[in-house]
Design a protein around this ligand. Structure first.
Ligand code: NI
Ligand code: MN
Length: 228
């Protein structure tokens, strides 16, 4: 059993009976954040890329919780310079086994400056996360790409987390095409309605996802879904 809690924007807390993981912990300055960073207790932090709305409070949370941070190699070097002791920095197509299961890095078509610094953080990534016998795909910020077919072919995805907000990433139409490529059992939309620039209609997306055979689970910030 794996529990996912949507924390707002692209941030998800993932829990099994032993471990807590958080992806892209953008909470401070996030108008829809479901929790304060100081209230979090996690074992692992996964970062898709260096933009401020993804790296967020990662440095503070990692230091306070003594959490391991998993990101691409370049971002892991940067985090090391920021004083994070436990960094894990594999790269696209690779990954690693971890006490909760495993993580594999996928491509994502986007950029990655480092927080507010205009320095480059390597290629942005998505994650295939295996935990408690379930497979979760978090695409990170990305445009639609045909290789999503391959991602869906290599892994039976129990739940896909996809951006639908447009402007910086796929919009709901392209995300519906992503569902067709990935064929996940379920999909949760993310990276929308945080700001006016990325407004989207999740119900419209849900209809399109259903057409491609996936159940869409719409979570408001703070709401959870348990993958049985
Ligand atoms: Ni971004
Ligand atoms: Mn973003």
């Amino acid at each position: 059993m794996v529990k996912l809690t949507f924390m707002g924007h692209s941030c998800f807390l993932i829990e099994d009976s032993s471990f807590k993981l958080i992806i892209d912990p953008f909470l401070s300055g996030n108008p829809v954040a479901a929790m304060k960073p100081a209230d979090l207790k996690v074992d692992y932090i996964l970062l898709t890329h260096g933009h401020g709305d993804h790296i967020g409070d990662a440095v503070e949370i990692a230091k306070r919780c003594d959490a391991s941070v998993i990101s691409n190699f370049e971002l892991s070097l940067y985090l090391g310079q920021k004083g994070i002791k436990k960094t894990i920095g594999p790269h696209i197509g690779g990954g690693c086994k971890l006490p909760f299961g495993s993580v594999k890095l996928t491509i994502a078509h986007h950029g990655s400056t480092l927080g507010s610094e205009v320095a480059y953080g390597g290629n942005p990534v998505g994650f295939i996360i295996r935990i408690a016998g379930k497979t979760i795909y978090h695409s990170g910020d990305t445009g639609l790409f045909l290789d999503m077919k391959l991602i869906g072919e290599l892994d039976k995805i129990d739940i896909a987390l996809l951006p639908i907000g447009g402007f910086y990433t796929m919009d709901a139409n392209d995300a519906a095409k992503a569902v067709e490529f990935l064929r996940p059992r379920r999909v949760i939309p993310m990276h929308y309605n945080t700001f006016d620039l990325i407004k989207a209609d999740a119900q419209e997306f849900a209809k399109k996802a259903k057409h491609h055979g996936s159940d869409c689970v719409i979570l408001n910030p703070g709401e959870s879904f348990t993958v049985e």
